[in-house]
Design a protein around this ligand. Sequence first.
Ligand SMILES: [Zn+2]
Length: 322
Amino acid sequence: MSAREALFEHTGRDDIILPFQIDPYGLRGRLIRLGPVVDRILGRHDYPEAVAAMLGETMALAACLAGALKYDGIFTLQTKGDGPIGTLMADITSDGEMRAYARYDADRLAAVEPAAIAERSVPRLLGGGYIAFTVDQGANTDRYQGIVELEGRTLSECTHSYFRNSEQLEAGVLLAAGQAATADGPAWRAGALMIQRLPYQRDLPGRPSEDEYDENWRTAVTLMSSGTVAELLSAELPPDRLLFRLFHSEGVRAFQAQPVVDACRCSNSRVDRVLRALSVAELEELKQGEDVVVVCEFCKREWRYDDAALAALRDGEAAPSF
Ligand SMILES: [Zn+2]
């Protein structure tokens, strides 16, 4: 077994952020492969296909951009638009715990033509609006936020306008989400490939001139763009094979993959805190039958509070947990 096979033996080929570097092209990148994680998250919500596909791409993009940052906390990617899909939201912790949800208008979505859904059209599905990127590293740290208008036919194109406006980042990205064949039958999968240019150095292998270096980067962007949706979503094609196939390069070095897991951060204590802040009248309004029912928008987990539990909450008897 080669070292590379051993690597994937350990991490698996799915639900990973795989960092890599290609020295001859002067770039570093990340390949995102989301399998069971994205299928489980989307399966919980029973979204229409267009919403599931756009949210799948959002999860892949979040993993991709988070993988480019050094942070300790939560990376959040959120779109807000005036189209049929008003919100797409995905977040991922620095430990790889991911969750996501979408809000949409079913009637307006039903009027979107199939071709626009097939091409994951941002103008038709999300409309005008913005994408926000947030990094939250805890209570006493600054929140970093980037914002970009939804300008582009697809989420990849919108991300490119973010890269163009960012001074330090020369990068390209490819996104895909859809149902694909797996050993267990058709399942939702999502993938992303991002490359990022490294600063020119004189002593690179082959000692390229700066012009050659520029040319190499343009070649790499072209090669990346030749990647197909089927390749990004394939459950069969090993991630490192895909990289070799796209970049035709012996210089591809893949590093230790980071696993992505399906995990929500909702908890009893968080729900308690939210309910404690509400008035009795507001709580009455939340009642379904006898109980106040709270459903986590991310993972659909459900909490029920009967009158005794609500009284205990108001009296502060519920044990605080952190
Ligand atoms: Zn949850």
